[in-house]
Design a protein around this ligand. Sequence first.
Ligand code: F0G
Length: 470
Amino acid sequence: MNTPVSKTMGQQSGRRSWAEPWKIKMVEPLAVTTREHREKALAEAGFNTFLLKSEDVYIDLLTDSGTSAMSDRQWAGMMLGDEAYAGSRNFYHLESAIQRFYGYKHIVPTHQGRGAEHLISRTVIKPGQLIPGNMYFTTTRVHQELSGGIFHDVIIDQAHDPANPHPFKGNIDLDKVQALIDRHGAKSIAYISVAGTVNMAGGQPVSMANIRALRALCNTHGIKVYLDATRMVENAWFIQQREEGYAGKSVAQILKEFCSYTDVAWMSAKKDSLVNIGGWLAVNDWDLFEELRNLVVVYEGLHTYGGLAGRDLEAMAIGIEESVQDDHVRSRIGQVQYLGDLLTAWGIPIVQPVGGHAIFLDARAFYPHLKQIEFPAQTLAAELYLDSGIRAMERGIASAGRDAKTGDHHYPKLELTRLTIPRRVYTQAHMDVVAESVKAVWDARASARGLDMVYEPKYLRFFQARFERL
Ligand code: F0G
């Protein structure tokens, strides 16, 4: 893969390009639609890209979740699914892959990430307890709140500024954690909720120095550190690229070291692990494991399948191993960087530095004439779809929802539209087409009108809300 505008990771002086460490064996046709067709489809979808039919989409950058292309090895593994109700051999493969690459002792499979978030939140959070975290994630926070917890954002301030080039914008601000401890006492904190490559901040990583320091602080106060490991492999790549002392270590080594500073992890395997469905919860403490292993039977399925088929467990076990290969991560994040480089060269405002799984367009900078309550990021996603059939996702005020106590809108500092890149799915040419469409929408920015939310569901409103043009 060549990059015309700036040096890409792994490229030295002289011209030595890198390319994807795979070739394509099976293809899926894409449909190109007319603008007229898209106008109609978007109006029917209430200007919400989640409500579009996938058939009406050309390049689908809604999410990197469950949208990966599986390898021939994973598909072969699907044929080896042991569909026994209990004790499927594929569960043991998964368990040993997680133990080997993430390092936790006890594993509970779940149908996807939020299944794991549900179980852990119900089990450990006492009503009224605080949960400091490095920026919220939608499903994570809703489960914490439904269990009576109160989320507190303790990410460093730089994370809220899209233009700030800090290399580890996912870092936890230890002073903010200390202030919560001083004010409320360590016992009032259920756990620290750390996410690798912080999704809502733009896919921004946490440094090893930061997690180590957090661990030390928590040890002095007897507080647990929990990890949302959903995109932790991508976080490990950034540590290798950016943090002193890690250039010579493999992604797999870095991943395991990072996890070793945490007590519990939950996972949406639909991202890093290259599968279309799956998740897990992993803990080191036996008593906690016993409780979770018991509870999973109530909500997901027996503790050796957790709502998944044996074949899904096998695909996940193989996907984990493929996901930690340095060549794979280089090309995955390299593709995101390629798109980011094109947009940056054209002066289009995106979150900097470019993150792991997506390009985040700064919708405030696109539409300074729109108030936040006119949904700039939702508007931008709509305009992009109308221009070319590319589907993006709002990550601004609609996603942020309302304050659980006061019922007011959260007004997040970041008002972003996410172009999320599925793993091993699109080519460099697709990225060129995406960049050109974003440029067209950028050039037409002055004429964009905002949106009004005309239907608002109670939970995670962004998935199903409907809008009308102002
Ligand atoms: N944690 C993070 C950081 C996530 O990004 C997601 C899902 C979850 C947990 C929940 O996992 O979807 O398997 O239940 N993120 C998707 C996205 C939906 O598009 O970013 P899940």
